[in-house]
Design a protein around this ligand. Structure first.
Ligand code: IPE
Ligand code: IPE
Ligand code: MG
Length: 244
C-alpha cells in the first residue's frame, strides 16, 4: 500500500474529479439500509477533502447527486437531501482553508437544502486553499444543453458572432468555467462508466476506476490513485518524444 512519502508533491494533479459510487452496495454488504451507506459516504467526503487539501490539490469536484438520481425511490432522495443539511461540516473546511462551491441545477433542490448550501458557500468564500465543489442535480447533458441555449441566445441578440464560437467559448458557458479541466477522474464502486459526469471537461483527463465502495475509500486509496496518475504520460495527441 503506498504511503504519503510515495506521492510526488511536485506533480500533484490540479483538479481531481470523483464519481463517489457504491454507498448502497456497501450498506448491503453490512446488512444495513442504503441510507446507512449514504451516511458513511458523507464521512468519506470530509476525509478525502482534508487529504486532498493536505497534498495540495486545488480543485476537488465530487459527483454527489445526478439529475438521474431524482428517479430513485422518494425516501432515498429525501435521505440524501437531509444528509446535505446535516452532514456538511463547515468547521473542517474552515480548519483546512477550503472554499465550498456547488454546481448543477440547484433550483431543483428543496429550499432549506439550498439555504444550507449557500450559507456554507458564503461562510467559506474567503478561504484561499482548495475549492471543494459538489455537483448536485448535475449532469453533463443538462449542462451542455444549457450552454448551447445560452450561446444561441447571445448570437441571436448579436452579442457574439457565430464564427467566434470555439472550444473556449463552449467551456466558458459551462458551470465549471471557473476551474481548469480535471487532470484525474476517479470512480469508486467498480462500475466503468461516466454516468453523465463532466463529459466535455474530461476529454483529456486520466481515468482511474477502482472496486472499493465509496465509504471504504480512505486516504490510502486516494494516495494510490494519485500515485497511479503520477506514473502516466499525458500526451494530448502528441508523440512521447514531443512531451518528454
Ligand atoms: C453513490 O452510491 C451515491 C449516489 C449516487 C447518490 P449509490 O447510491 O449509487 O450506491 P450503489 O451504486 O447503489 O452501491
Ligand atoms: C453516479 O452514480 C452518480 C453519483 C455518484 C452521484 P449512480 O450510481 O447514479 O450511477 P449509475 O446509475 O450506476 O450509472
Ligand atoms: Mg451507484
Amino acid at each position: 500500500m503506498p504511503n504519503k512519502e510515495q506521492i510526488d508533491l511536485n506533480h500533484i494533479p490540479q483538479h481531481v474529479a470523483i464519481i463517489m459510487d457504491g454507498n448502497g452496495r456497501w450498506a448491503k454488504q453490512h446488512g444495513r439500509e442504503r441510507s446507512y451507506g449514504h451516511q458513511a459516504g458523507a464521512e468519506t467526503v470530509h476525509i478525502i477533502a482534508e487529504e486532498a487539501a493536505r497534498i495540495g490539490i486545488k480543485y476537488l469536484t465530487l459527483y454527489t447527486f445526478s439529475t438521474e438520481n431524482w428517479s430513485r425511490p422518494t425516501d432515498e432522495v429525501a435521505t440524501l437531501m437531509s444528509l446535505l443539511i446535516d452532514s456538511i461540516e463547515e468547521e473542517i473546511f474552515m480548519k483546512n482553508n477550503i472554499s465550498f462551491h456547488i454546481i448543477g441545477d440547484i433550483n431543483k433542490l428543496p429550499e432549506d437544502v439550498q439555504k444550507r448550501l449557500y450559507d456554507c458557500v458564503k461562510h467559506t468564500s474567503s478561504n484561499t486553499g482548495m475549492c471543494l465543489v459538489l455537483a448536485l442535480s448535475y449532469s453533463s447533458r443538462w449542462e451542455i444543453t444549457n450552454a448551447v441555449r445560452n450561446i444561441a441566445l447571445q448570437v441571436q441578440r448579436g452579442e457574439i458572432s457565430s464564427e467566434k464560437i470555439d472550444s473556449d467559448c463552449v467551456s466558458a458557458h459551462l458551470v465549471t468555467s471557473f476551474m481548469p479541466d480535471p487532470d484525474l477522474l476517479i470512480r469508486t464502486g467498480g462500475e466503468v462508466r461516466l454516468s453523465n459526469y463532466l463529459l466535455w471537461q474530461c476529454a483529456y483527463s486520466e481515468l482511474y476506476f477502482c472496486e472499493t465502495f465509496w465509504p471504504d475509500f480512505k486516504e490510502d486509496e486516494f494516495q494510490k490513485a494519485i500515485c497511479d496518475y503520477q506514473k502516466r504520460e499525458r500526451r494530448f495527441g502528441k508523440t512521447s518524444e514531443q512531451v518528454s
